[in-house]
Design a protein around this ligand. Structure first.
Ligand SMILES: [Fe+2]
Length: 210
């Protein structure tokens, strides 16, 4: 599976949604003749959960999950955080790969698009960034926190919009999570501002992230 094939499949999935929020992102989607970067494949420990993603997909997201699993070994997987941020356990269960953007195989300074992979039983603590963001979970039903809303389970195929600067967080349970993300505006390579507490895994507190 080529990276171009993955990006075509991602574009097809995004075409199933409408609404002004996504339209603003898609206006920055690169054309087919956009320059390509040669990417050195880079694996991460979180890839051990790739083979547990398929059962957590839905019909609409299954093609992209399949393409991503097939292409994963050819992608560069990265981490924005270090052990000092959320601990070593987090780094064993977290990684992302950019498809489009300042670093990915398709160059863009208007839009970043990639995938986030989280292992099971993990909290990605509350964080924020200047870029506006859309997530579409592809495999795995995790709980998501957005601003002052409580934790909500989000199924694959849901569109989650994070306006600039809003606090957001995710918690996986038994299933790993693969999610497509889009960023626009702000610094497309910015490290998020951390708002949460490392290692916290209480199921009660909804309001201690801010
Ligand atoms: Fe984010």
């Amino acid at each position: 599976m080529s990276v171009d094939g993955v990006i075509e499949t991602a574009r097809a999935l995004l075409g199933r949604f409408d609404g002004p929020e996504l339209a603003a992102f898609m206006a920055g989607w690169p054309s087919r003749d956009t320059g390509r970067r040669l990417i050195e494949p880079r694996p991460l420990p979180v890839l051990r959960w790739l083979d547990r993603l398929a059962p957590g997909a839905v019909d609409e997201t299954r093609p992209l999950v399949g393409d991503l699993v097939a292409a994963a070994a050819d992608l560069a997987w990265g981490q924005t955080y270090a052990a000092g941020d959320f601990g070593e356990r987090f780094l064993e269960r977290y990684g992302w790969s950019e498809l489009i953007g300042l670093r990915g195989p398709i160059a863009s300074d208007r839009l970043a698009c990639g995938v986030l992979l989280l292992g099971p039983d993990l909290e990605y603590p509350a964080h924020s960034h200047a870029a506006e963001e859309i997530y579409i979970p592809l495999a795995g039903t995790a709980r998501w926190l957005r601003g002052g809303e409580g934790w909500r389970p989000r199924r694959p195929g849901e569109l989650i919009h994070h306006p600039s600067g809003i606090a957001h967080a995710m918690r996986t349970d038994e299933q790993p999570l693969l999610a497509l993300y889009l960023w626009r505006g702000g610094d497309l390579a910015q490290k998020s501002t951390i708002l949460g507490v490392a290692g916290r895994r209480s199921d009660g507190g909804d309001d201690d992230h801010a």
